[in-house]
Design a protein around this ligand. Structure first.
Ligand code: PMP
Length: 317
């Protein structure tokens, strides 16, 4: 792994009086060398290290943007409680930013979310509303809508699945940084779909710069998968911000291939990231293998410390 030429802003230390939220974004773009060592020199694969955000994931950027947009528009009054449904990373970002800004946060999540997740959220002072594990994140979304419908004045509901501030955070931030950090050389962008904010925002930004940049959306192979944060669109509630026509191509990744790559990233690149990052890198390498020349960029979505109680770290493939 080596670092792409840094943008000027990435190499400037923040002033001592800066707030935690000022450290969101401006993540490194890392060249993946060892997992990509079968590729010719003319093809490079980079991972955008979103796991190095202060909340440990790609969701810090949209959470901050949705909170600030809500406060600016008066839709979020500081005496209200922010409420949303989240499989984890957005919730951690809301809880962290809420704590730093003195705002109350309540989160609905399926009861079977990992113990570490629940402890982290409670440590930041968030209120947890645990929902039926069989109903997954869709069940948590339904519960939040019921609560907000019953008490509309009490809550601010950012609704990350339908909030344009979600993808705009990636348009202005993640996408612009990828262009800067590759000096505009990015030829392919590959990432998985959850709320679809990352894919939608980065793709729109890259295509505004150069419409020929190929953008590939990645989904789990089946409805039943262990890839935290990713959706199997055919069987999930499709997010309102999703724009299916944006993708030049779609790829699937099996849970096994994603987990195998997650282990390899830790052992061969020193990158302790979660399984959706494994899925992204596996798919990005597939795309890269089909090229004679190119610069393929993908997203390292969250930190692997969030999955330490999962047993896949020990297994041999
Ligand atoms: N991976 C992980 C671990 C996530 O938490 C998320 C967010 N749900 C994603 C990938 C997908 O990101 P997005 O919501 O921007 O599609």
């Amino acid at each position: 792994m080596s670092t792409a030429p840094a943008s000027p802003s990435a190499s400037t230390a923040a002033p001592a009086a800066s707030s935690l939220v000022d450290d969101i974004g401006r993540t490194p773009l890392l060249r993946l060398d060892r997992v990509a060592d079968d590729l010719p020199d003319s093809v490079a694969v980079y991972g955008k290290a979103e796991h190095l955000n202060p909340g440990g994931s790609v969701k810090d950027r949209p959470a901050l943007r949705m909170i600030e947009a809500g406060l600016d528009a008066g839709a979020f009054r500081p005496e209200q409680t922010l409420i949303d449904a989240t499989s984890g990373n957005t919730g951690i970002a809301y809880a962290m930013i809420g704590a730093a800004k003195g705002l109350d946060v309540a989160l609905a999540l399926p009861e079977n979310a990992s113990a570490e997740r629940k402890k982290v959220l409670r440590a930041y002072g968030a209120e947890l509303i645990l929902t039926d594990p069989m109903a997954g994140t869709d069940g948590a979304q339904r519960r939040v809508k019921e609560i907000v419908d019953a008490h509309p004045d009490r809550y601010f509901y950012p609704d990350q699945y339908n909030n344009d501030a979600n993808w705009r955070a990636h348009y202005d931030g993640t996408g612009t940084e990828i262009l800067d950090q590759t000096d505009g050389a990015v030829s392919h962008f590959v990432t998985g779909l959850g709320t679809t904010g990352t894919f939608t925002g980065v793709t729109r930004r890259l295509k505004a710069h150069d419409a020929s940049i190929r953008c590939v959306a990645v989904e789990p192979e089946t409805a039943l998968h262990g890839l935290e944060g990713l959706k199997h669109m055919e069987t999930a509630i499709v997010p309102g911000i999703y724009a299916p026509d944006l993708a030049d191509a779609h790829r699937t990744c099996s849970t096994e291939a994603a987990v195998d790559m997650t282990r390899r990233l830790a052992r061969e690149e020193g990158l302790l990231v979660g399984p959706s990052a494994g899925a992204n890198v596996a798919a990005a390498l597939d795309v890269a293998r089909s090229l004679d020349a190119g610069t393929v960029v993908t997203i390292l979505c969250d930190t692997g410390t969030r999955y330490l109680s999962d047993d896949f770290w020990e297994e041999e493939s």
